[in-house]
Design a protein around this ligand. Structure first.
Ligand SMILES: [Zn+2]
Length: 113
């Protein structure tokens, strides 16, 4: 095969791959997550597609210690607020959803001391 032919075929394959990746992202965004009870209170039990939810990335402060340790923010669990009842949901116990962070409508950072 000539180099030009190979390069043309690679462009076609790459375009197909990008389209499939976009389709995959859409499909992942359609996954459901339920508003559930937790230590913050009662959930309403409604289901939402994650592309309609804001992913809240919690960061915890690590205090300074010794000469060079600590004094930084550490990313922790993911959470979301229910659009129906406003209940704050936690995702630490739903890792399969937490891993889908890029497919939520947006990501907001929240810092907690
Ligand atoms: Zn709810």
């Amino acid at each position: 095969m000539k180099l030009e032919e190979i390069e043309k075929k690679l462009v076609v394959v790459e375009t197909k791959r990008q389209k499939l990746r976009a389709e995959q992202a859409k499909a992942l965004g359609r996954k459901y997550v339920t508003c559930t009870d937790n230590c913050y209170g009662k959930g309403c039990g409604k289901k939402f597609q994650i592309h309609n939810l804001v992913y809240i990335q919690i960061h915890f402060y690590i205090s300074a210690y010794g000469c060079t340790g600590g004094d930084y923010w550490k990313p922790s669990e993911g959470q979301f607020d229910c659009p129906n009842c406003d209940h704050r949901n936690r995702l630490y116990d739903r890792k399969h959803i937490e891993e889908l962070r890029p497919y939520f409508s947006s990501i907001e950072d929240e810092h907690k001391n």
